[in-house]
Design a protein around this ligand. Structure first.
Ligand code: FE2
Ligand code: FE2
Length: 129
């Protein structure tokens, strides 16, 4: 399970804190799924919370990248929109059908392993306040 460390800092305290929270929320969601709750309701709640927090994080991050003239802002925005759309699909699935819990865990593990290192770290120079 990935662990946040100072090597993953983007040199912005607000964004670092949000990344830590997002990693913790992901771990909690995975732990929840592994406890095998009898219904999807608690998973749906956790997904909803994660999706809301992630959207606010993406907004703040994109605002800073724009203000600092990040040359790859459009690509970064596109990656955020894709991730948000995937989360929305999970939220909807959890509301209407029984979700594929194994695939959900996999999706969050992949997100944790790649979001920070491959999407955010390369543009941390444009994330200052
Ligand atoms: Fe990002
Ligand atoms: Fe981020």
């Amino acid at each position: 399970m990935p662990q946040w460390s100072h090597a993953l800092s983007v040199r912005n305290a607000r964004l670092d804190e949000q990344h830590i929270v997002l990693i913790e929320m992901s771990k909690e969601l995975i732990a929840l799924v592994k406890r095998a709750p009898p219904t999807d309701a608690p998973i749906r709640e956790a997904l909803r919370e994660f999706a809301d927090y992630a959207r606010r994080h993406d907004e703040l991050e994109e605002g800073l990248l724009a203000a600092n003239g990040c040359p790859t802002l459009d690509e970064h925005r596109a990656i955020h929109r894709l991730a948000e759309a995937e989360l929305e699909r999970w939220v909807r699935a959890a509301a209407s059908e029984s979700i594929d819990r194994k695939a959900l865990v996999n999706c969050f593990e992949v997100w944790m392993a790649h979001h920070l290192t491959e999407t955010d770290m390369p543009v941390k120079a444009y994330m200052h306040d």
